[in-house]
Design a protein around this ligand. Structure first.
Ligand code: ZN
Length: 507
């Protein structure tokens, strides 16, 4: 069980009940989001914006002026997206419910493989138009920075919206939802044969052959609409088509499901949307404190390695966060089962054949490009590095073969290291209190600076003056470990968490 589940174990103690959200939303649907509550919610958004200049929100109204769709993201979420936004997971779980206001958090994985939130949307219906609005709002918050990959449930409107708004984002459907639908639409032995096609056909031609056989055997026709639709969408869910693609090893959006279930504590029918938001803030704050605690451990300790451990294992213990170290270590431990059998050099490219010692048919082609004597890039046929951002056993096998005890930088994805958030560098020796106070000052500076920069930007002379002043501060800090300001990256989680003590005095 990974840290996220353990973390969620903690959340569960908060006692969130999603059913209550449905009831609550049902009531909302009847009322629509209008009148006092809608105004209250928008006041809340405006108050958040007031205290955090980088808080972002957008809303839309229908022809009668009723609040229709809403999306928001705070400074920390937007910074987290910069660091961890490669894969975005979201779903419209609540659309399957009879109520019609899906609560849609956009989430991802941080450097500890824990859940991070990038933004939250509430849409009034499940139309392509509403989802397009939501995706556009998300992009606007993230400076038009499209995610590389996205995992969603199988909602047809959402699939179409993603295709139109995020056309270059690699999209896969959540395996958990597909499994639910399989059980709903199929009975054995059809069900188990379909499952085999999904999970056991590893190659595309194997899948396509299997599909033809499946159709023939069960006499599938166009009347079997779910099966036909699944075939149309096969590149978004089957193992044969999705393996090697960048989803960080995630196949399902149960993290989102799990997150949703954490957000709904003690909600009841009488609760207003603003109460939901307040509770949501509380859950997020808990999440950020957990992340901060994990950051402290990661930055102040090195995972234990045996004295006799492989030098590569010792090396990676200093590189990755603890949870990722365990994953990478697993690849190193499996090294003993593999050996390099062939090495071919052609100019700067070296090709290695890595073969399993017992299962001789298991053979992977690993290609290394050298610049001088340094490995500049590595590619293994198994594509673990491309899909999960960690080196595979086969890459470790060739590192051993060429006599390296340290992994080349091209094999290290910053997103799994403490460098994913550069502001953490060296500052973790300070206490949480000191750091929090410092971040409060930073926040104040940043808010005032935004206003000043905007004013200065009207004139080239003023802009130069401001730039010269900023450079003088940056240069001052170069040799001072306490002024790592130049490299401010995402803020430590507990900073924002601490600042999110929401007050209802917004109306
Ligand atoms: Zn490999």
């Amino acid at each position: 069980m990974d840290v996220m589940e353990k973390q969620h174990g903690g959340y569960d103690k908060v006692g969130c009940v999603s059913r209550d959200l449905y009831n609550f939303i049902a009531e909302y649907k009847k009322q629509r989001i209008e009148g006092f509550d809608a105004q209250y919610m928008l006041n809340y958004m405006a108050a958040q914006e007031e205290r955090d200049s980088e808080f972002f929100y957008r809303y839309s109204t229908d022809s009668e002026g009723h609040l229709q769709n809403l999306f928001w993201s705070d400074a920390q979420w937007r910074l987290d997206y910069d660091a961890f936004g490669g894969v975005v997971v979201f779903d419209s779980t609540y659309r399957v419910n009879k109520y019609n206001l899906p609560f849609v958090p956009f989430i991802g994985l941080n450097h500890h493989r824990s859940t991070v939130v990038f933004g939250v949307g509430i849409v009034s219906d499940e139309t392509v138009a509403s989802y397009k609005w939501l995706l556009h709002s998300f992009l606007e918050a993230m400076h038009q920075n499209h995610p590389r990959s996205v995992i969603t449930d199988g909602d047809h409107a959402m699939v179409r919206a993603i295709l139109q708004v995020w056309p270059n984002t690699d999209h896969r459907l959540c395996s958990w939802h597909i499994e639910q639908n399989m059980v709903r639409y199929l009975r054995n032995p059809k069900l188990s044969d379909f499952r085999k096609l999904n999970y056991r056909a590893f190659e595309v031609d194997e899948f396509e052959r299997g599909w033809l056989q499946f159709n023939k055997h069960y006499g599938i026709t166009e009347k079997d609409t779910w099966i036909c639709r699944m075939y149309e969408l096969r590149k978004k869910w089957s193992t044969a088509y999705t393996k090697g693609r960048y989803f960080l090893g995630m196949r399902s959006n149960q993290r989102s499901e799990s997150l949703n279930s954490t957000l709904h504590v003690q909600l009841d029918r009488r609760m207003r949307l603003i109460d939901l938001l307040q509770h949501h803030e509380h859950c997020i704050s808990v999440m950020r404190r957990n992340e901060a605690a994990m950051d402290v451990v990661a930055s102040q300790t090195v995972p234990f390695t045996e004295l006799t451990a492989d030098p590569l294992e010792k090396n990676v213990s200093y590189i990755y966060t603890p949870i990722m170290f365990e994953k990478v270590k697993g690849e190193i431990v499996r090294l003993s089962k593999w050996q390099v059998e062939e090495v071919n050099k052609e100019d700067s490219l070296t090709r290695f054949a890595v073969v399993h010692k017992e299962r001789r048919q298991a053979r992977f082609d690993v290609r290394c490009v050298y610049v001088g004597s340094v490995i500049a890039s590595v590619h293994c046929q198994c594509r673990k590095m491309e899909s999960e951002d960690i080196p595979c056993t086969h890459i470790f096998a060739i590192l051993k073969c060429v006599g390296l005890d340290t992994i080349p930088s091209c094999c290290v994805a910053k997103r799994w290291t403490m460098k994913a958030k550069p502001a953490f560098d060296s500052d973790r020796s300070a206490s949480t209190q000191q750091w929090s106070e410092r971040m409060d000052r930073f926040h104040e500076l940043r808010n005032d600076a935004s206003v000043a920069f905007f004013k200065a930007s009207k004139s080239a002379v003023q802009s130069e003056r401001v730039m010269a002043f900023l450079n003088s501060i940056i240069d001052e800090g170069e040799n001072d470990e306490n002024t790592n300001i130049a490299s401010f990256g995402p803020l430590p989680a507990y900073f924002s968490g601490a600042r999110q003590t929401f007050t209802t005095k917004v109306s």
